[in-house]
Design a protein around this ligand. Structure first.
Ligand SMILES: NC(=O)c1ccc[n+]([C@@H]2O[C@H](COP(=O)([O-])OP(=O)(O)OC[C@H]3O[C@@H](n4cnc5c(N)ncnc54)[C@H](OP(=O)(O)O)[C@@H]3O)[C@@H](O)[C@H]2O)c1
Length: 315
């Protein structure tokens, strides 16, 4: 099968179009014919080698942690899927090796859910990783409540965009940072107040409206943005980051947590239901045909940190 993979860590030129064996299905796993693979920042971070001390890995590493496709074979002990089912999945595995930039992928059935009926494979492939991240940050970690004020950094990005929609759907008041050119986009997603972080210090914007601070900050940027965010969380509020660990920050009167998204088929099924009900949408800014140059281009754009919504490769 064709796959885009690496045999060493490094720049975009380490990506190769390889011919690799179709992976074998073990008990509890499904073989999926991939129709589309989502592109996420973690893909180029893996390519660069950022994960090499965090996870076991084996070359060649096929990149890609988001897939949508059709079940080609259901292994022994698989109970939830059968041949021909259209699924989508967050494909992170204990061993970083067999990803979604390929014609086929094997997955534990627990990592997949039936694709929302009203989406294309391209749209479906853009949802799992980013939407699950937002879901777990807002509901499992921050435990947001209706009426609370939730401030989201990088509201125009893949995770932030789902975060805005999920928080709004839950009845929160949603503020978020984005460049001026993305103002209308994040408002359309449901943000009550976009904050152009190039023009104003987000701390001043928050203080003028909420002198005691906001209930929750969901940080998708990290670094100094995370550090400064601690100042705008109210006493007893929550500061959640998916980029840097906030637990060492000095402010002691707030709850702080770093979230690393875990596969979860129950939550993915819930997200699919929300998509079918029209409560959650994905925005595809770039749809690339499956190819080496296209994957390199997608990585280049992702590395820029300026993309709006999501990107996918279509097989
Ligand atoms: N821990 C986890 O489980 C987990 C899961 C998913 C992602 N992540 C990480 O979380 C980060 C976000 O992921 P993503 O998929 O949402 O990335 P993304 O889609 O590439 O984010 C791009 C967006 O970031 C915005 N942005 C960049 N710098 C900003 C700043 N200083 N303030 C506000 N917005 C800014 C840009 O908006 P403008 O163009 O409007 O500035 C752009 O729309 C990445 O570092 C990723 O690796 C972690």
């Amino acid at each position: 099968m064709k796959a885009i993979a690496i045999n060493e860590f490094g720049g975009r030129d380490t990506l190769q179009l390889m011919d690799l064996p179709v992976p074998e299905v073990k008990p509890g796993e499904i073989l999926v014919k991939v129709k589309a693979a989502g592109v996420n920042p973690v893909d180029w971070k893996i390519r660069e080698g950022y994960i090499k001390d965090l996870f076991p890995y084996e070359f060649p590493i096929i990149l890609g942690w988001d897939a949508a496709g059709i079940v080609e074979q259901a292994g022994e002990e698989v109970t939830r899927f059968k041949e021909g089912d259209e699924i989508f999945a967050y494909c992170r595995k204990p061993m970083v090796h067999g990803g979604a930039y390929a014609e086929y992928i094997v997955l534990e059935e627990e990592h997949a859910a039936l694709k929302p009926k009203n989406t294309s494979f391209e749209e479906a492939a853009s949802i799992p990783l980013a939407a699950l991240t937002a879901y777990q940050a807002l509901f499992d970690a921050a435990r947001i409540n209706p009426g609370e004020t939730v401030f989201i950094h990088a509201a125009a990005g893949g995770v932030g965009g789902f975060g805005v929609q999920l928080a709004k759907d839950h009845g929160a008041v949603v503020w978020g940072t984005a460049s001026g050119r993305n103002k209308e986009y994040v408002q359309d997603l449901g943000a009550d107040q976009p904050v152009d972080y190039h023009q104003v210090d987000f701390r001043d914007s928050v203080r003028s409206e909420f002198p005691d601070g906001v209930d929750v900050v969901f940080d998708c940027v990290g670094g100094e943005v995370l550090e400064r965010s601690a100042e705008i969380v109210r006493h007893g509020g929550r500061l959640i980051s998916i980029v840097d660990d906030p637990t060492g920050l000095e402010k002691s009167d707030i709850y702080k947590e770093f979230v690393f998204v875990a596969p979860n088929s129950t939550q993915l099924t819930e997200l699919a239901r929300m998509v079918e009900q029209g409560r959650l949408k994905t925005h595809l800014s770039q749809v690339f045909p499956f190819g080496l140059e296209e994957a390199q281009k997608a990585h280049e754009l992702s590395e820029s940190g300026r993309t709006r919504g999501k990107m996918v490769l279509v097989l």
